[in-house]
Structure formats: structure tokens, C-alpha cells
Design a protein around this ligand. Structure first.
Ligand code: VAH
Length: 311
């Protein structure tokens, strides 16, 4: 049976670029993009698009049958900052959408699932530098708790029901083509827009806040690679640590200054500082490198060049 893909949350920060990539790889007729509303014209108009509520099992099941879907990429979620403002809905959306897709796979209605986790599963008691794959995980955000719990259920459904679910703990993701959506790492996207538009940026994190980050092209490639890897290579069925780079607001500002010498940055930490302080500064992704041959391509310099050129 050929691969037929459903992306839930196709209009989000990752979903948008993932949809474009999957359409180019598998062909428009084999990729069904979906979201709660028609939130992105390109996604809606340049291929098959369906409005679907990630919390409505029957709607998802109907799409699976209508299009003979084999693979589901579940990208719908509330991110860290937004989730803190709406904990009950964040838990509902992040968890129950996952149960719907896991149960569809358990019922053998779909073959494979991609589900995004995050370095937000780590907390203030986790070793901060070069955080290992297996370590203390006491997340202090609703988003992190939902991702940690989701990882446990993914691993359970794989071992108990044989569900082929694959997952990556995304670091902060930086893209020029999609607006970020309520994350704590979004300063690293905003800074490029403001540097070009205003020549200055007021950062909501302090200057020495190091966080694991990745250019979106690397994140999309990692997502495709883990999904295309033979099942026997995917030894970790909770979620793989992944990271390309790690930097502070001061370091990204210095890199931007190489291109825009008059650029200035100021710092005004807000509620997101506490979230960032609970996360690792850098990640050890050696298990992904070992199991399915992951390697990142973009560093801070090459990412900055790409971002400023495209913007
Ligand atoms: C957030 N961009 O800031 C997301 C991500 C690691 C951070 O999960 O919430």
C-alpha cells in the first residue's frame, strides 16, 4: 500500500513547512493537510486541505477512511507560553489528540505515527549541559508535563499494542517562513524580523539564557528521516533527544551584528524567563545519531545568513 499522509495541525509553525516538504516528496494527492481552521492560504490552496478538530475522534477516523491514510503526523498542540495561560485546554488538546491517533493505530486503521515531543520535558532538576537521553525529568510547565506524559503513552502503545509511533524532542525551532506560535524560544525568530525592520530588539529573556535550538530545515529533515527509517532502527519509542545548536540571546545578537552592524539589543525578561530557566542549555542527541544516523547541518552562523537572506 503506498504512503498516504494526514497532517493534523498543518497550519502551525512546524506543520506549515512539514506540509510543503511532504507534498514535494510524496505528491500532492498523497498528502492531506488539516487544521482546526483555514489558517494558511498556501497550505489550504496548494494541495488537499480539510478542516478537522484534533479533539474529534470521529472526524479524524472519517478522514482516515475517506483518504486511505497510512501515516499521521500529529502536529497540533498548545506550546509552552500559551499553555501556561490555559492549562486545562492545553492538557486536553495535547493529550486527547494523541490518544485519538494512538487508538486509530491500535485498531490497525493507520500504520505509522509521528508525534512531536520537546526539550520542555526536562525541568530545573535535569542536568543542564549536554542533557542526556535518559535523565531526571521533572517538567514544571503544563506543556512539558503533557509532552512527558505523551512520551510514556507512545512507548506503552508501542510495546503493548505494537503501534509504530516515532517521536523527536524538538529544541527551539527557527524558521523565516512561518510565524512562531506561543513558544518561549520564539525570541530567536522575532529578533531577525525586528533586526531588519527596526534595527533593534527588546528580548523577553535575559542575555545569558542559553537554550537548545535548531534551524527549521534541519528539524523537517529529521522528522522525515525518522519516519522513513526502518522500524527496527527506532529503538527509543518515547522520544529522541535532538538538537543542532545552543546559543544565548547575546550570541545570536552578536551574529546578527556581523550582518547589521547598527543592530542593538536590550533585555526585559518576562514570565517566559522562568520557563526558559527550567529547560536545558544544550542537548546530547548521540542516540539519534547512533540509531538513525541523524546529523544537523545548520550552525548559528549559517542559520543567521539564511534567515536574513530569506527575510
Ligand atoms: C516552545 N518552541 O517554546 C516551543 C518548544 C523547546 C521549545 O517546545 O514552547
Amino acid at each position: 500500500m503506498s504512503t498516504k499522509i494526514l497532517i493534523i495541525g498543518a497550519c502551525g509553525q512546524i506543520g506549515t513547512e512539514l506540509t510543503h516538504k511532504l507534498r514535494s516528496l510524496y505528491g500532492n494527492d498523497n498528502v492531506i493537510a488539516s487544521d482546526i481552521r483555514k489558517l494558511n492560504n498556501d497550505i489550504v490552496n496548494k494541495g488537499i486541505f480539510e478542516v478537522v478538530n484534533a479533539l474529534d475522534y470521529n472526524q479524524i477516523e472519517h478522514l482516515i477512511e475517506q483518504y486511505q491514510i497510512t501515516d499521521v503526523y500529529l502536529m497540533a498542540a498548545l506550546l509552552s507560553a500559551t499553555a501556561e495561560k490555559n492549562p486545562a485546554f492545553a492538557w486536553d488538546l495535547n493529550m486527547n489528540s494523541l490518544f485519538h491517533v494512538l487508538n486509530l493505530a491500535k485498531a490497525k486503521k493507520i500504520k505509522k505515527i509521528f508525534w512531536p515531543s520537546s526539550i520542555a520535558v526536562f525541568g530545573p532538576t535535569t542536568p543542564k549541559d549536554n542533557t542526556p537521553q535518559y535523565t531526571i525529568m521533572e517538567p514544571t510547565t503544563v506543556y512539558g508535563i503533557s509532552k512527558q506524559t505523551g512520551e510514556r503513552w507512545c512507548e506503552y502503545y508501542h510495546h503493548i499494542y505494537g503501534v509504530d509511533v516515532r517521536s523527536i524532542r524538538y529544541p527551539g525551532l527557527i524558521s523565516w517562513s512561518t510565524e512562531p506560535g506561543g513558544g518561549t524560544t520564539d525570541y530567536a525568530v522575532d529578533i531577525y524580523h525586528k533586526a531588519l525592520k527596526e534595527g533593534k530588539y527588546e528580548c523577553f529573556l535575559s542575555e545569558q539564557t542559553a537554550l537548545p535550538m535548531m534551524y527549521m530545515d534541519d528539524a523537517i529533515r529529521a522528522t522525515i528521516e525518522i519516519m522513513q527509517a526502518p522500524s527496527e532502527l527506532i529503538k527509543i519509542r518515547s522520544s529522541y533527544n535532538l538538537s543542532g545548536i545552543s546559543f544565548t540571546p547575546a550570541e545570536i545578537a552578536a551574529e546578527i551584528k556581523k550582518h547589521i552592524p547598527e543592530f542593538t539589543i536590550s533585555y526585559k525578561p518576562d514570565f517566559r524567563q522562568k520557563i526558559a530557566d527550567s529547560w536545558p542549555a544544550s542537548i546530547d542527541d548521540s542516540m539519534a545519531r547512533k540509531d538513525w544516523n541523524w546529523k544537523h547541518k545548520f550552525d548559528l552562523a549559517s542559520m543567521t545568513k539564511e534567515m536574513l537572506e530569506h527575510l
